[in-house]
Design a protein around this ligand. Structure first.
Ligand code: NAP
Ligand code: MG
Length: 402
């Protein structure tokens, strides 16, 4: 078979620890034998981030703006222990945070569904994708603990000096207060990223807040979504035969549990934090969750939702065998290759991505899997394989499909 040619490079962001090992194995075993891989390579491994004073992360994000599609390996977000372990110049910021800020993007997380791993919710048949607004609300609040009686007020001084104030509460004893905010700009970016991604996936978009109780704050989210939908996306949604649907958060939760799945669920920051963990757990394993960062102007960065699997890496370093699940990292690659194929009109690349995903799902459904899935799988016979053999098993099936 002649290798598939690419036109525009994919932005490749390498990473750390066990996922860095898997990254190379995926390329060696499943990609390079079939594709003339054209990538612009950025090493986001912690050592090189430190060496370049984190400039490599900024360059990689800017390259994603330029080319439109990136694939990223999991990376270490340093803490005090990592600063010591890697002898770092400073405690560098989270690469994902840096990239998200430069692309102004929203993260969408979706599970990889295989027949032999049943979700805890019996009715769920298709993936549920969670979009979490990643700015503001309780994550950027100011809080006060009050030791005794007094009056709490909300005060706003406009740029031209106008002051408006409202009483929050007249306290007759100790209590607590908090102030939080969001901006129209951030909410609008979030809305556009959600509408763009729903069109891309051809899936309905749900959005929910508590606007009946929060008549100004949450209501602002609802209004901005509706205004942008009506002005910029309504016609496209109708043409694609998909729906934008707003409801109350408690109603959304009840409907999601009774649904078949197959929708994108946009959540405010806190709701997204909680609901993404619930949905991920109900679908099975963190190792089967994919993640894509989408900017409001349609740039895509694909990755696994899990981290660098440090515990497995330390075992690998000691020469012990590992059985780390590469599905989410593999689907980051297929997602990015498919998107590149769509944008550049390379049908072979899109087909290859589809077949590689199908081969990997078939491998698990036929009973060959990594250790994390063994206890979840309902396959009649199960064979647990090591990290590299899992990829080789996928390749056996891929070869037959190509
Ligand atoms: P983690 O790497 O996601 O791993 C947590 C545990 O989940 C693992 O020890 C393993 O459990 C299981 N697991 C996760 N992915 C797996 C896979 N592919 N196959 C099999 N099991 C898997 O989270 P962490 O240990 O909290 O974080 C490690 C490093 O990753 C940290 O330095 C953190 O900063 C970084 N991180 C990066 C990202 C990112 O780049 N997007 C996201 C999160 C964390 P068992 O050990 O029980 O087998
Ligand atoms: Mg959480």
């Amino acid at each position: 078979m002649e290798k598939i040619k690419m036109k525009v490079p994919l932005v490749e962001m390498d990473g750390d620890e066990m996922t860095r090992i898997i990254w190379k194995q995926i390329k060696d075993i499943l990609l390079e034998p079939y594709i003339d891989l054209k990538t612009e390579y950025y090493d986001l491994g912690l050592e090189y981030r430190d060496k370049t004073d984190d400039q490599v992360t900024i360059d990689a994000a800017n390259a994603t703006k330029k080319y439109g599609v990136a694939v990223k390996c999991a990376t270490i977000t340093p803490n005090a222990q990592r600063v010591e372990e890697y002898n770092l110049k400073q405690m560098w910021k989270s690469p994902n945070g840096t990239i998200r800020a430069i692309l102004d993007g929203t993260v969408f997380r979706a599970p990889i569904i295989v027949d032999s791993v049943k979700p805890s919710v019996k009715t769920w048949k298709k993936p549920i994708t969670i979009a979490r607004h990643a700015y503001g609300d309780v994550y950027k609040d100011v809080e006060m603990k009050l030791d005794g009686p007094g009056k709490a007020e909300l005060v706003f001084t406009s740029a031209d000096g106008q002051v408006s104030r409202q009483t929050i509460h007249d306290f007759d004893g100790a209590g607590v207060i908090l102030g939080m905010h969001n901006t129209d700009k951030s909410i609008a970016s979030f809305a556009r990223a959600c509408f763009t991604f729903a069109l891309d996936q051809k899936e309905d978009l749900w959005f929910a807040t508590k606007d009946t109780i929060s008549k100004k704050y949450d209501h602002r989210f609802k209004d901005i979504f509706q205004e942008i939908y009506d002005a910029e996306f309504k016609d496209q949604f109708e043409a694609a035969k998909i729906e934008y649907f707003y409801t109350l958060i408690d109603d959304a939760v009840a409907r999601i549990i009774r649904s078949e799945g197959g929708m994108i669920w946009a959540c405010k920051n806190y709701d997204g934090d909680v609901m993404s963990d619930m949905v991920a757990t109900a679908f099975g394993s963190l190792a089967m969750m994919t993640s894509v960062l989408v900017s409001p102007d349609g740039k895509y960065e694909y990755e696994a939702a899990h981290g660098t699997v440090t515990r497995h890496y330390y075992r690998h370093l000691k020469g012990e065998e590992t059985s780390t699940n590469s599905m989410a990292t593999l689907f980051a690659w297929t997602g990015a290759l498919r998107k590149r194929g769509e944008l550049d009109g390379i049908k072979e690349l899109v087909d290859f991505a589809d077949k590689l995903e199908a081969a990997s799902i078939r491998t698990i459904d036929e009973g060959t899997m990594t250790k994390d899935l063994a206890s979840l799988s309902e396959a009649p016979t199960k064979t647990v394989v090591n990290t590299e053999d899992f990829l080789k098993e996928i390749n056996k099936r891929l070869v037959k499909m190509l």
